[in-house]
Design a binder for this molecule. Structure first.
Ligand code: GAL
Length: 673
């Protein structure tokens, strides 16, 4: 379904609302609506954890209290995003049907407790929840703007139902051919041949744990995504069977390791995610700023469309080792950062702090003091006012000339392949370090998958793409052949999608021609080890990994300066057909990337800014206007030079060539196209 954000005229601003906690406090429920208006909130997500209230006993439903909540919100013009309540199950369900409880990696079935922990294969869970979903849709479809399908799908189950479903999944994938499966998993090693489908078991701690047979692990992870999605699709089908015009979303969780959002994205209409940055930690806010920016760009990149910030905290979290408050300015900066990257909403967990329970000290718009005032409330209210002032930006697009490939599957493969540095191969951080080069120059980046259409980009960055299917290799090759520029690193194209190494030298297949080189060996450095690379007559420190390369057609631009590979290629550049391919054979500490990307950005004619440390700029645009979000992630006042004339969207102030930003300030400017 094509979904148009403009439908809602402006930004959504609101929170997860869990009124079930307050049913015996009618005065609180009444105040909530009044306070929501005061806070300039126009939306709430409800029903997320309502199952045991909506169906207190099997087959006995109670919608009365919910009717009142929905009607009160509706009458007061608070928009409703209605959740399917599958994220937390009622006790009666677990007691009567133990099959809904997960079996963990030690093959132990859990007892009732916690949340987000049901078995996605259980027919009982599916039938119970889809029945309830349909009833909710029949009752409330005309009063809601969107479906929030479940909550943060996650986890895996190793019960017999899941084993059976896994085997069926594999039969389909391998066309009922065990020989193909044995080949894909390389079971000839350690005498692991599979002679009957029934012998297959998911990776568990008392059997074949993760990382022992990566082919099995990759297929299992694919299956977990497939089965989670299948469950999600059943939930969606139930609500769409009543009204197919209400868009659906499922709140994702950033570069989350356990699921492949590149697969899941196609089954929801709108991408949304829950973002909980750790501002003011010892790593610093500039670190956090670009790390979270990467995650926002990943969610926008999934559909290359605006997304929703479904959850964030209005002040602090309660689940980190240290739960810090946001300093003045940070709430606005953090929230508008999401908008800068393409979000059409700012929403919180949760509206009101509960008196008890696990999250009573998690930030909320209304605190235990129950007053619509104070630092946090005012921050929220002021943000609501800002979102109203900048409403013309909602629904506008983000244009990027640069893409960075982050592959969930690649992370599975790298992390579970025994070798290199087994403690931490740092795939995600490496992607973010490359991303930083664009972030600090104010260049938009789409974070995408290796299968995506690359034709709109000038530069595509491929950090540590160890696992690539032949199809993905073809996609990259086509992009370069047609004139694109790629930047890849050590560990590119070592293995295929089930972790079988490519034969004939790395990188596999056509990539050897694209990069014009062969990676013969890779040296893993101890934490205390380092080397240097000479590039453009400067020396750059390198750490962790040094690949030993034989150039084929590539020009060697950087060379190692130490160890037995002194003088050998470390940075290479190849012309391939109409395009260019850069290869960085080692991991650096940032300076080498800085030097190289400066050159690539200029060579590819990508517009960039020269910005002080800790400042970034992101843009959104429509046919007439270009919107610039100028962000300061430091605690000091900074001057930023911008060529041309800009209008401040919030107050119509005009700036020419230069602006001042206070500590943690963000300004939203526009220039006419
Ligand atoms: C999210 C979850 C919410 C709440 C929040 C607290 O992961 O979806 O229900 O628990 O974390 O930060």
């Amino acid at each position: 379904m094509e979904y148009n954000m403009k439908l809602y005229e402006g930004f959504l601003h609101g929170a997860d609302y869990n009124p079930e906690q307050w049913l015996s406090y009618p005065e609180i429920l009444q105040q909530d609506i009044e306070y929501m208006k005061k806070a300039h909130c126009n939306v709430v997500s409800i029903g997320i954890f309502s199952w045991s209230f909506l169906e207190p006993e099997e087959g006995k439903y109670n919608f009365e209290y919910f009717d009142k909540i929905v009607n009160d919100l509706w009458e007061n013009n608070i928009k409703i995003i209605l959740a399917t309540p599958s994220g937390a199950k009622p006790r009666w369900l677990a007691e009567k049907y133990p099959e809904v409880l997960r079996v963990d990696k030690n093959k132990v079935r859990q007892i009732y407790g916690f949340r987000h922990n049901h078995c996605y294969s259980s027919p009982v869970y599916r039938s119970k929840i889809t029945k309830l979903n349909k009833m909710l849709a029949e009752r409330y479809s005309d009063k809601i703007i969107m479906w929030h399908i479940s909550n943060e799908y996650s986890g895996e189950c190793h019960c017999d139902l899941c084993q059976r479903a896994f085997r069926e999944y594999l039969k389909t994938k391998y066309n009922n051919n065990l020989e193909s499966l044995n080949h894909a998993w390389w079971t000839g090693f350690w005498s692991h041949n599979i002679t009957d489908w029934e012998q297959i078991h998911s990776p568990v701690n008392i059997g074949e744990p993760d990382g022992i047979m990566t082919g099995l692990y990759m297929d299992w992870k694919d299956f977990v995504t497939y089965q989670t999605t299948d469950f999600m699709k059943a939930e969606i089908e139930a609500v769409k069977s009543v009204n197919e015009n209400i868009p659906v979303t499922a709140n994702f969780m950033g570069p989350y390791q356990p699921l492949d959002y590149h697969y899941m994205k196609d089954f929801v209409d709108v991408i949304s995610w829950d973002s909980y940055p750790t501002w003011h930690s010892d790593r610093g806010d500039v670190y956090e700023g670009h790390t979270i920016a990467f995650a926002h760009d990943l969610h926008r990149g999934l559909k290359r469309k605006p997304f929703l910030l479904m959850e964030s905290t209005p002040s602090l979290t309660n689940w980190l080792p240290y739960n810090k408050l946001k300093k003045p300015g940070m709430h606005r900066l953090s929230s508008l950062q999401a908008v800068a990257h393409g979000s059409d909403s700012v929403q919180y967990f949760q509206w009101r702090k509960g008196r008890g329970g696990n999250e009573k000290f998690h930030g909320a718009v209304i605190d235990h003091n129950n007053k619509p005032e104070g630092r946090v409330f005012d921050d929220v209210k002021n943000l609501g006012i800002t979102l109203e002032k900048i409403k013309e930006i909602a629904g506008t697009e983000t244009k990027s000339q640069v893409a960075l490939v982050y592959e969930f599957r690649n992370r599975w493969a790298i992390d579970n392949s025994s070798g290199f540095n087994n403690a931490d191969k740092k795939y995600k951080r490496t992607c973010i370090n490359h991303y930083l080069q664009f972030w600090k120059r104010g260049i938009n980046v789409d974070v995408i998958g290796a299968d995506y259409d690359l034709s709109d980009y000038k530069v595509v960055v491929l950090p540590m793409l160890y696992s690539l299917s032949e199809k993905q290799i073809d996609n990259i090759e086509k992009f370069v052949a047609n004139g694109g520029t790629v930047v890849a690193t050590y560990m590119t194209g070592y293995a295929n999608e089930t972790d079988l190494c490519y034969m004939g030298g790395f990188p596999g297949g056509k990539l050897k021609d694209v990069f014009g080189l062969c990676a013969d060996e890779i040296d893993t450095l101890y934490e205390t080890d380092f080397n240097f690379v000479k590039l453009n007559n400067k020396s750059f420190k390198v750490v962790d990994y040094c690949e030993l390369i034989t150039p084929l057609t590539a020009e060697v631009t950087g060379k190692y300066e130490m160890d037995f590979y002194k003088g050998k290629p470390a940075v290479l550049k190849n012309s391939y057909n109409k395009g260019k391919a850069y290869y960085i054979a080692c991991r650096d500490t940032g300076e080498l990337l800085n030097e190289l990307y400066e050159e690539i950005i200029k060579e590819c004619n990508i517009k960039y800014h020269i910005l002080p440390y800790g400042i970034s700029i992101h843009t959104r645009e429509d046919d007439f206007n270009n919107y610039l979000f100028v962000e300061n992630y430091t605690e000091k006042e900074q001057k930023v030079s911008l060529k041309g004339k800009y209008i401040d969207v919030e107050n119509d102030n005009i700036y020419t060539d230069e602006i001042n930003l206070d500590a943690y300030e963000i300004k939203i400017l526009k220039s006419t196209i």
